[in-house]
Design a protein around this ligand. Sequence first.
Ligand code: NAP
Length: 295
Amino acid sequence: MAKILSGRDLADKMKQEYKKEIEQMKQQHNVVPGLAVVLIGDNPASLSYVKLKEKACAEVGIVSHDHKFNTDYKEEELLKLINDLNNNNNIHGILVQLPLPDHINEEKVLYAIDPGKDVDGFHPVNVGKMMIGGSCFLPCTPHGIQQLLVRNDIEIQGKHVVIIGRSNIVGKPLAMILIQKKPGANATVTLCHTRTKNIQEITRTADILVAAVGRPHTVTKDMVKQGAVVIDVGVNRVEDKTRKRGYRLVGDVDFEEVSEKASAITPVPGGVGPMTISMLLHNTIQAAKKHAGIE
Ligand code: NAP
């Protein structure tokens, strides 16, 4: 049976590190990291993500500033709010929870965020710096995956990493991070998507297989090499009448059968999700330090 890579346990451990770091910042520099959380509409998944992020902030001592609006909030109002947050010295990070309602241009909004406060790492300035291996905010989910591998002593250098999914928030940035000529990277990466031919032949060559698809049971046992490390990014709601809320969360990987073949695997929930939040906390602390000129 595969080793379970618990993102929840690692994220809890990292929270203790962040807590100490923030206490020190407070005592020595009188700086308290502040994160603005912007949520528009009532998408249930977004509401629950925002709640988890705010809870994690409170646990480590980051002050989160809530900005919640109805679905009919206008794009120009949002752009004005972002401009105000960009100029607010108590705010070190700005998080705009996606997806935004259809009448708001997501690109316009993300590009309006000061790159120095872009703790999600979605601004093109940060994306460009990530690509050339510069110092920047890395997007939280791929960065969390890298940390989960590194802190579990899973060698990345020289390994073949196959990623299924090429989204701008997971697949593409993860590929960029893992191909860098840096410690915790130096992998050979293959990106797959819906137009990839013979995908099973490719996935079977993966030392590390990452599924970021958004469809349950996409990765089955026959797609996995014996002893591979399998990272499941997917978060899918499937109907489950035995649960009070009527559904349960599953990943993109058929966990039961793949865990018999893999050497290590992430669970859903409790795998990549908590690591994503952990890297958001990390980025917010880094933003506050940079703002205050703390090395
Ligand atoms: P996305 O933007 O919908 O992208 C999905 C990708 O998967 C696309 O590139 C698509 O290919 C590819 N794909 C879909 N079906 C496929 C198939 N049968 N074979 C091969 N490729 C296939 O999704 P995303 O935003 O990256 O999210 C993916 C999943 O991760 C979702 O379940 C999401 O909820 C979850 N997620 C979790 C976290 C976390 O913190 N745990 C964070 C972000 C996302 P094409 O490009 O060709 O369409």
